[in-house]
Write a protein that binds this ligand. Sequence first.
Ligand code: ADP
Ligand code: MG
Length: 362
Amino acid sequence: MTRIELRNLTKTYSSAGKEVAAVDNVVAAIEPGEFFFLLGPSGCGKTTLLRMIAGLIEPTRGAVLFDGVDVTWTSVEGRNTAMVFQNYALWPHMTVGQNVRFGPRMRGMKSDKCNEVVQRNLHRVQMVDYAARKPNQLSGGQQQRVALARALAANPACLLLDEPLSNLDARLRLHMRGQLRRIVKESGATTIYVTHDQKEALSMADRLAVMDRGGIVQIGTPQEVYHRPATRFVADFMGEANFIDGRIASTTGPGGVTCVVTPAGRIMAGGACGGGDAATCCVRPERVAILGAEDPLSNRYDSVLHAAVEADTFLGEIRQYVCRLDDDTRWKVTCLSGLGETFPEGGKVKLCFNKDDVSVLA
Ligand code: ADP
Ligand code: MG
């Protein structure tokens, strides 16, 4: 297990005579044994950052530390990391067993010890029965498990995974999430996993870093990043989100309440907000309750906005409304569906939520 520290890590490329930062001044610390995600849209610098940690790309500025030791200029081999790629990269002419055996053997491990390492790691990924097969006789999910076993056979202190599930079909990807998390946590390796898929990160990560245009925008647990997004970009990227701009009318001390006045009504937000009086409120659609215009139950909520239903979509387990607030802002509301009251298109409603369901964005 290794603690990984990134200090002002930067990689610039020159493009048409201009310096462009693929990774821009990244600062982060990943704890020993942590399953850490780099999440962001395509082109935001995830692969470049991961490859600098592996030693495959030299940084322009900044440092990588493993357990406090500067490894910025240490070779790939000297770092005790192992990497798994999107396209498996198994050797096609070797059997599954030989693929896993190759690394330990090359490092001079004795033959019977190698057998043990191969067995143990194939067992970890539940591929013992396939040891004699060639990669082209395996499904994509099985190939990716072998790639993982091969990476783990090196007994790496750090495991680096670059979109390892992206080549699999949707069902298998879902199934592999749980398996991969189990295998990674059992191995004890500090693991960094790169993905553009927010559901993958939310469902597997201990903590995640959201990246945008080369920089890290927010680091936190899945719950924190989803329910307390720091910026509009993070809120949007992590899932559906409703926004409305307003200004802070009053705020009380720490742990208190902030009142934001918006063109659609007053919104109460948990916690004190400092810095300037303009504010954007963000509320997730599943945290909004939709009630009839005359329903007295709205008294139980901290904030109530009046709206009209524009669209109503039944999706089986959930029902989704699009509503228009008094200032014409559109908000989405998601409810668990049932045989209870529904709200017709064109009808007047109240959108209700509590202060802890509101994030005031920077
Ligand atoms: P991601 O993995 O998040 O999709 P990358 O790290 O691959 O993003 O790329 C980040 C940015 O850096 C992109 O704009 C990409 O075009 C650019 N980039 C990556 N590698 C090079 C390179 N070798 N030369 C020039 N630009 C590059
Ligand atoms: Mg990439």
